[in-house]
Design a protein around this ligand. Structure first.
Ligand SMILES: Nc1ncnc2c1ncn2[C@@H]1O[C@H](COP(=O)(O)OP(=O)(O)O)[C@@H](O)[C@H]1O
Ligand SMILES: [Mg+2]
Length: 525
């Protein structure tokens, strides 16, 4: 049950939002009766000054008054245009997360409480904070290691923020429940579930051990990658409320003049940034979901160093394949393929017609092909695509929306670094090689290796297969469809690869098939 305190907090929040003109700035179309009246009243009650400001400015002022939980709520809803609409989501994306520093004493208390050791024991010195946001602030500090003194960054969770968030969450749930009960039209948006997701992501963000783990995972994934790295974690000085990292000396990507002054190659940086992001999404299925330029440094060697891994996204194998195929389909103007992957992935219900869907996708793809490449935005394309897919009842995939939102940011940073940035050219090496490796013959081999059953099945067909090369390719195709334990997409990809590939590609498939047969014989004998 909701406590009176939650209701009171909610009333206060409602009042602040009304006064700052947020309520009256929300889209009113479709409202009638009491809600429409309320909307008009909100306009009358707003402060006169607030009414002259842009909506994003009004929201920003209200949210800053309401405190950290609302900053998080705003940031979270910015990633959910399916819930709040594209316009409001775009405005929310402009929110700055900057708060006042909290006192040194509070930091020390948090560090000692979390690590169970005194600050003087942990650090040679702990300096005044340099940055503060809703959840944490960051101090430079020094530690002694093997006789050396090393500079580190110490991120400390804001005192009381957890309690405050839990309290505000109660109010958010209250609203969600009311909404489900009294506004049936919004039930489709599953407000309670959305609130649950907010609770979950923010709880993760407030546990800095999880940020450390994300850093460490991305560090491992990218250890051999050119031009991108993350700071190392000092696990000894890391706990729920404290994260200690190698200090990064460098220029922030938001400081274009600084980058230029330091002699960095901005064009190369733009390319490395997008390639790194695509590698993380396609190859690793794990990406930094808050890649704004304030979280990206360029170090003295010209490497991009990312910090702030509180928000990350994961893509399963299915989503990665989906993404790669879509990008590839747009590049090759194969709109039917782009449409098909939506059905294969089960995102668009089968009651819809592939051809009509392909037609809608063509409407997005074709105008793009008439334009110079450097003006074509991949992020924009995904945005348009998701708008169209909504018309065909594609259910929202939060991980894909997160990816698309991050891509908007990453692509934006690349474009500020290089105004002539050609997204397609820059991404081709990563997308192309991923496709060749995963959907071409190599991928088939890898997938086949994963399924011993598939190999055995193939082996049983040996005499005929070796006898008739032509049948072999058909068999492979057929087995891919029915016999092999591939998942549906792989099966389809093989079929497509087979059909699409030139003669040399087909020969490659035969060679692979024969290799599989030999491997099987080796296994069986
Ligand atoms: N390892 C680091 N080295 C140097 N500065 C850092 C490091 N980590 C964070 N910072 C600084 O602290 C700021 C805030 O840290 P960040 O992890 O982005 O926290 P928040 O989630 O509050 O944005 C960064 O923008 C950066 O200026
Ligand atoms: Mg940050």
């Amino acid at each position: 049950m909701s406590s009176p305190a939650a209701i009171f907090r909610l009333m206060r929040a409602g009042w602040i939002m009304t006064r700052e003109g947020v309520i009256s700035a929300l889209p009113a179309e479709g409202l009638s009766g009491l809600p429409a009246f309320g909307h008009r009243m909100a306009g009358l009650l707003a402060r006169r000054r607030a009414m002259t400001a842009q909506r994003s400015e009004r929201m920003s002022r209200a949210i800053n008054k309401l405190g950290p939980s609302y900053v998080k709520l705003g940031q979270f809803l910015a990633t959910r245009p399916d819930v709040v609409g594209t316009e409001v989501a775009d405005d929310l994306a402009l929110l700055q997360d900057q708060l006042d520093f909290f006192p040194m004493d509070a930091s020390i208390k948090a560090i000692e409480g979390s690590l169970g050791r005194s600050v003087s024991d942990l650090f040679v010195s702990l300096d005044e904070p340099i940055a503060a946001a809703s959840i944490a602030q960051v101090h430079p500090a020094f530690v002694a290691s093997n006789g050396d003194i090393k500079k580190v960054a110490v991120k400390v969770v804001r005192p009381g923020v957890r309690q405050r968030f839990n309290n505000d969450l109660e109010s958010f749930f209250l609203v969600a429940r009311w909404q489900e009960r009294y506004v049936p039209a919004t039930r489709r948006l599953r407000p309670i579930e959305v609130t649950r997701t907010l609770a979950q992501t923010t709880r993760i963000e407030m546990d800095l051990r999880l940020e450390a783990a994300a850093l460490s995972e991305i560090g491992e994934n990218t250890k051999d990658d050119p031009g991108f790295r993350v700071p190392t974690v000092d696990w000894e000085r890391t706990g729920r409320d404290v994260l200690t990292l190698e200090w990064i000396d460098g220029v922030k990507m938001s400081d274009i003049e600084g980058l230029r002054a330091a002699g960095h190659n901005l064009i190369k940086l733009a390319e490395t940034l997008i390639q790194s992001f695509l590698r993380h999404t396609l190859r690793d299925g794990f990406f930094h979901a808050d890649m704004h330029p304030g979280n990206l440094f360029v170090d003295d060697e010209g490497h991009i160093v990312a910090v702030d891994f509180g928000i990350t996204g994961r893509l399963g194998k299915k989503e990665r394949r989906f993404l790669a195929e879509i990008l590839y389909g747009f590049i090759t103007r194969d709109y039917v393929r782009v449409a098909e992957v939506h059905f294969e992935a089960g995102y668009v219900p089968h009651r819809h017609d592939v051809a009509s869907f392909a037609q809608a996708i063509r409407a997005i793809g074709e105008p793009i092909h008439g334009q110079p490449a450097e003006t074509i935005s991949m992020a924009k394309l995904l945005t348009l695509l998701f708008e169209v897919t909504e018309l065909f009842d594609m259910e929202t995939r939060p991980e894909l929306v997160m990816l698309q939102k991050t891509m908007v940011v990453v692509e934006g940073v690349s474009r500020t670094l290089d105004p002539h940035f050609n997204m397609w050219k820059a991404s081709e090496p990563v997308v192309g090689s991923w496709i060749r490796r995963n959907l071409g013959p190599q991928g088939i081999l890898v997938d086949a290796r994963e399924g011993a059953q598939a190999v055995l099945h193939l082996a049983r067909q040996v005499p005929e297969l070796v006898g008739r090369a032509d049948r072999l390719s058909k068999e492979l195709d057929r087995m891919a469809e029915h016999g092999l334990r591939f998942d549906e997409q792989t099966a389809h990809a093989i079929g497509k690869a087979e059909a699409r590939h030139t003669r040399s590609g087909r020969i490659a498939l035969w060679v692979i098939a024969i290799c599989l047969v030999i491997i099987t014989y080796e296994l069986l004998s």
